[in-house]
Design a protein around this ligand. Structure first.
Ligand code: KG4
Ligand code: ZN
Length: 339
């Protein structure tokens, strides 16, 4: 079969990124321009600034990518873009840019979901083999998903309230840590010990998750200690929170592995950048004799490489979009078992 080159575009949050990937698994080149330093000054992503910066940067990112790849847009077979979920203004910049490239260069347009990107980033390590259990841990998702084939999903467990990444971001704020929250909580946690007693959420045999009670427990503990005039040991509190949060992921993953006789696990989403979670997942999978895949660190945070990977099965199925494609700030990914 002829090689397929897909140009992927990602602009759902504060990274402008474009990539070319061959056959859904071989990165030709990627450019990522992050706005993190700008948003850090405001303590979080400012949507209006994010979309303006995407607009300013996206052609520069494309030029840089093409020169690294030593290719032209006319050389690729399709243009893929993250259409959901994310900041609407930011998504729109990517979607309209993708439509323009598709129109000018007469290439099919592929609308790819951001979470599909996080899942298919694993193809950069090793081609997905089915069935597998996807442990999805991101800013907006916490799910255990059984994948029986490309884009065939069965949700085994999901969060009843906050997503795990969201809880890291909220706890970071409580601890007064700057944006981005997750990596900063991890840094603090690495300097402390889990000495604070926090409640273990969902201590049962269900596969669902909960993170809001844990976050509230952190807030209450800090408040109560301050009321008593005690100083909080921030490193220990970060470590205690992280330990309980990841314990929940590991406990539920273990249950799913046992219940569904899982042989392969992949981890997807921004929280998989955590060294601590990576280590705990490795221990679990070694204990259960399960094959584990986690994307390399640079593909855990938002990038267009993962979008071009996720678009490949869509390309093979001719799942193309027309120019009526809209960006969507929210769209639940696992709503159907089929694409
Ligand atoms: O997957 P992602 O890009 O979000 C969505 O696509 O929804 O990941 C971003 C999330 C943020 O909540 C961030 O705090 C979290 O991933 N995160 C981490 C770490 N690095 C990023 N959480 C815990 N530890 C980390 N090292
Ligand atoms: Zn993401």
């Amino acid at each position: 079969m002829k090689d397929v080159y897909i140009l992927g575009i990602e602009s759902s949050c504060d990274e402008t990124s474009i990539s070319i990937v061959k056959n859904g698994c071989e990165e030709i080149a990627t450019t990522v321009l992050t706005q993190m330093d700008t948003h850090a000054k405001f303590g979080g992503v400012v949507p209006e600034i994010a979309s303006r910066m995407h607009t300013e940067n996206i052609t520069i990112v494309l030029e840089d990518l093409l020169s690294k790849a030593k290719m032209q847009v006319s050389d690729v077979d399709a243009i893929a873009v993250t259409y959901a979920p994310g900041l609407l203004g930011s998504l729109l910049v990517g979607v309209e840019f993708a439509k323009t490239l598709s129109l000018v260069y007469e290439k099919p347009l592929i609308a790819t979901h951001h979470i599909a990107g996080h899942i298919y980033a694993n193809n950069l390590v090793k081609k997905l083999e089915f069935p597998l259990l996807a442990v999805v841990v991101s800013g907006g998702h916490t799910e255990l998903v059984l994948m029986e084939d490309d884009y065939k999903f069965k949700v085994l467990g999901t969060t009843k309230d906050d997503a795990i990444g969201e809880s890291f971001d909220k706890v970071a704020r409580v601890l007064g840590l700057p944006y981005p929250g997750g990596p900063n909580v991890e840094k603090y946690a690495s300097l402390g010990n889990p000495t604070y007693d926090l409640p273990k959420p969902m201590d049962n045999d269900e596969l669902d998750f909960s993170f809001s009670g844990l976050k509230s427990a952190v807030i209450n503990l800090k408040h109560n200690e301050e009321q008593r005039g005690n100083k909080i040991r921030e490193y220990d509190l970060a470590c205690s929170f992280q330990t309980v949060a990841f314990d929940q992921i590991i406990r539920k993953s273990r249950l799913a592995i046992e219940r569904y006789n899982i042989k392969r696990v992949i981890v997807a989403g921004g929280v998989s950048a955590s060294a601590n979670l990576r280590e705990e997942m490795q221990k679990l999978c070694a204990e259960k004799n399960v094959d584990l895949s986690i994307p390399p660190m640079k593909y855990c945070t938002d990038n267009a490489t993962m979008i071009a990977c996720a678009a490949y099965p869509q390309f093979l199925k001719h799942d193309f979009s027309d120019f009526s494609l809209h960006a969507k700030s929210q769209e639940y990914f696992f709503k159907n078992e089929d694409m």
